[in-house]
Design a protein around this ligand. Structure first.
Ligand code: SAH
Ligand code: SF4
Length: 368
């Protein structure tokens, strides 16, 4: 049984079900989630028979790292393989006052946003809660972040902005984030977790109540006609419904704002009129704006807006009272934009079998 996806109640049930006392579950929990142990032998306050029993019942396995790339700017990207051979990505982005881990919620994505490379990948499955937590555990192992909560820790924030639509894998994402937030374990505050969604309206409302984490919305267009094309889930949950759900997201205040992600596509959504309509749309909602330079991929149907256009757009946003809105590209040299490493690796594999060209050194412009 994969222990990393079990909440404390499940763990207690498994432990008592095996004839052990309930407090053993809490001891185990602290070793795993506070100290990051990967071996039962090191759990010094458990007797040998109990350790052996646990070892027979549970696995503490992390996903396997198939590639690890480190950028000159400190960004680290891991391509991870899960037990069934499927792969997904996790990216660590260090900054002055924080270190953010970008994690994946699915292998691929069922949605087909026209500018997103993940949406073109055919294979899709939900990651389990253990696989979602496993990404955090693996990063903490590699960053030397155990015991959890130490003052000089490197991982301080989590964003669910990797591969997949987190609200289409609702139960596993909620279970995993509750485990990561648990005070007796990693203990990351909900204020340090941000979930990014393309706009699955019913689950946005549920998520506010169940997790209360920060919300980021992949907006990208402010007219339904265009958003239907860029973010096709808009056909099911149009802008008016999305904005209404966000307006009612629990706990919003000036200290806790919604992040609107807006990818800058040359000649598509980057005009002054688009900017004015964007500011009008979010008026009255505590908001942060995040202008993302489009990161092109081979065959992508768009180009990134020019620097001048992005600056002009950003200037208008600034004037309206929103601070530093352009997302700085990170990890250019290591394909840090989500979906790219996995795709490069697949191309590499195909090339080895003689069907396509590998471009693993292709530069990338943005990261998630
Ligand atoms: N499915 C979720 C979370 C993963 S995508 C969502 O859509 O919100 C994380 C962010 O990366 C989203 O804002 C997405 O729109 C953006 N993104 C995807 N492809 C991109 C690209 N090629 N260039 C720039 N940003 C991109
Ligand atoms: Fe899926 Fe998000 Fe990419 Fe859209 S932008 S295809 S929802 S991962």
């Amino acid at each position: 049984m994969a222990l990393l996806g079990m909440d404390i109640a499940e763990l207690e049930a498994a432990v008592t079900g095996a004839g052990l006392q309930k407090f053993r579950a809490r001891q185990l929990w602290r070793w795993v989630w506070r100290h990051g142990l990967t071996s039962f032998d090191e759990m010094s306050d458990l007797g040998k028979p109990v350790r052996e029993q646990f070892a027979a019942m549970f696995s503490l396995d992390r996903p396997t790292v198939t590639r690890r790339l480190q950028s000159t700017d400190g960004t680290i990207k891991w391509l991870l393989r899960f037990a069934d051979g499927n792969e997904a990505e996790t990216v660590y982005i260090p900054d002055n006052d924080r270190g953010t881990l970008c994690i994946s919620s699915q292998v691929g994505c069922t949605l087909t946003c026209s500018f997103c490379h993940t949406g073109t990948q055919k294979l899709v499955r939900n990651l389990t809660a253990a696989e979602i937590c496993g990404q955090v555990m693996l990063a903490m192992d590699e960053l030397g972040d155990w015991p959890a909560g130490k003052p000089e820790r490197r991982l301080t924030n989590i964003v669910l902005m990797g591969m997949g639509e987190p609200l289409f894998n609702y139960d596993n994402v909620v279970t995993a984030m509750r485990i990561i937030m648990s005070g007796e374990g990693v203990g990351l505050s909900k204020r340090r977790i941000t979930l990014s969604t393309s706009g699955v309206v019913p689950e946005i409302i549920r998520c506010g109540g169940d997790l209360g984490v920060n919300l980021a919305i992949s907006l990208h267009a402010v007219r339904d006609e265009l958003r239907d094309e860029l973010v096709p889930i808009n056909r099911k949950y149009p802008l008016a419904e999305l904005i209404e759900a966000c307006r009612n997201y629990p706990g919003l205040s000036n200290a806790r704002r919604i992040t609107w992600e807006y990818v800058m596509l040359d000649g598509v959504n980057d005009s002054d009129e688009d900017c004015a309509a964007l500011l009008k749309l979010i008026k009255g909602i505590p908001s942060k704006l995040n202008l993302i330079p489009f990161n092109p991929w081979p065959g992508s149907p768009y180009e990134c807006s020019s620097d001048e256009r992005i600056e002009a757009f950003a200037a208008k946003v600034l004037k309206a009272g929103y601070a530093s809105p352009v997302r700085t590209p990170r990890g250019r040299d290591i394909l840090a934009a989500c979906g790219q490493l996995k795709s490069a690796s697949e191309r590499g594999r195909r090339q080895r079998t003689g069907t396509a060209s590998a471009r693993e050194s292709a530069p990338s412009d943005a990261t998630t």
